[in-house]
Design a protein around this ligand. Structure first.
Ligand code: TXA
Ligand code: MG
Length: 371
């Protein structure tokens, strides 16, 4: 088991932090860093020994493939917004560069067209594309699959780290296996202190749920994991997506290893039992039921539910809309867990846009019930 001294950098006051972190990556070490979705636990994606350390630190199953994080090929580091524009015009070049670096392999015409369209519209951003694996990516990154998941994060710290490292960075979320993903540096330390070399503290992550994973190697592209980018946005660019249930997706084509990690119900589970109510009256009824059973419930509520839930403690306010709820969801689950509640109660959310990702995580959390 790793037994390291984790060096934590507050990015505001340490200009050498990213350089030290990049050296650590190059030397085969582990660096936790912020992205726009959640904190990642990174290692050199071209170094099988470094990648093996990720699985050890997280206690993650070896059949659960990692995402490879890339930076744009351009030298000029524009801010994420300008960068979006830049990449919008140069998607074919980005794709070519990924192939030249042998991160991805040869693409079919359909894969190329769709990847170009999605990269041009959404990179850098919370969209992960599953494409044929390139020969420089070792098999322990992809859990033995011939495909690789790649994304370009829209976070200045993540991009600076990748660029200065000079290598693509394989990174799962920086939590212990089975815990919810970290959205602030404190969460990373709670799970991984002493198991990683460096933690770059870039403050809270702006989106708060993981990237949307789209399999472009399937006959009809399919969402393997809903996330920060909404289904509607993706379908606007490449047309109707298949569903895993229909069997049109990559799962059939590549075997169970590919979609299985996301289908492990306990993957996103808090320690407490999680129960999802259909609306506010149902939430209050579940609360009363818990109390009657001698259990201690905690509430995750939207701002609009506060009046109805006044006086019921502990409660954690997710915010006023779906974007707030996504941003605060994991912090809320961790806070109520730390408070020692027996049951976490939350109302179902609207399944549009990022709501699909929230609903997915709540469903998984609830399915992971330990009772
Ligand atoms: O937002 C994110 O995606 C964060 C940040 C750090 O980038 N990363 C993240 O990584 O959530 P992780 O390891 O927790 O989730 C990776 C997801 C899993 O659902 C995994 O099954 C899927 O990506 N995945 C990775 N490689 C794949 C492949 N070759 N084929 C299918 N799915 C793959
Ligand atoms: Mg994860």
């Amino acid at each position: 088991m790793p037994n390291l001294v984790t060096v934590v950098y507050k990015l505001d006051d340490d200009p050498t932090a990213v350089e030290h972190a990049a050296q650590t990556i190059r030397a085969g070490g582990l660096v936790a860093f912020p992205t726009e979705t959640v904190y990642g636990l990174g290692a050199n994606a071209t170094d099988a020994d470094a990648v093996a350390k990720i699985y050890a630190a997280k206690q993650r199953a070896l059949n659960d493939p990692l995402i490879v994080h890339c930076a744009p090929p351009d030298d000029d580091m524009a801010g994420p917004l300008n960068l979006r524009e830049l990449i919008g015009n140069r998607a074919p070049f980005v794709l070519e560069e990924l192939a030249r670096q042998r991160i991805i392999g040869a693409l079919s015409i359909a894969q190329r067209l769709r990847a170009n369209a999605l990269i041009g519209s959404f990179w850098p951003g919370p969209l992960t594309l599953v494409l044929p694996r390139g020969s420089r990516i070792p098999l322990n990154v992809t859990a033995g699959l011939d495909t690789v998941a790649v994304r370009m994060p829209a976070h200045p710290v993540a991009l600076a780290l990748i660029r200065r490292s000079g290598v693509p960075i394989a990174a799962p979320s920086a939590n212990r296996f089975g815990h919810v993903s970290p959205t602030v540096a404190r969460h990373v330390l709670d799970d991984l202190d002493g198991r990683i070399d460096v933690l770059l503290d870039g403050g809270p992550t702006p989106i708060g749920v993981e990237s949307t994973v789209v399999d472009l190697t399937a006959y009809q592209p399919v969402i393997l994991r809903p996330g920060g980018l909404g289904r509607e946005d993706i379908e606007r660019v490449i047309g109707k997506l298949g569903t895993l249930e229909q069997g049109s997706g990559g799962a059939g084509e590549h075997g169970a290893a590919q979609s299985s990690p996301g289908t492990l119900s306990k993957h996103y589970a808090p320690r407490a039992e999680l129960r999802v109510a259909s609306d506010t009256p149902h939430l209050l009824a579940l609360h009363a039921e818990c109390v009657a059973r001698g259990l201690r419930p905690g509430l995750l509520v939207m701002a609009g539910q506060r009046d109805a839930c006044a006086g019921l403690e502990p409660q954690f306010v997710l915010g006023k809309d779906l974007a707030d709820a996504a941003r605060n969801l994991y912090a809320g689950l961790r806070a109520l867990d730390d408070d020692g509640v027996d049951v976490i109660l939350v109302s179902a959310v609207e399944q549009a846009g990022i709501g699909e990702a929230i609903a997915d995580r709540l469903r998984r959390g609830a399915a992971g019930r330990r009772d």
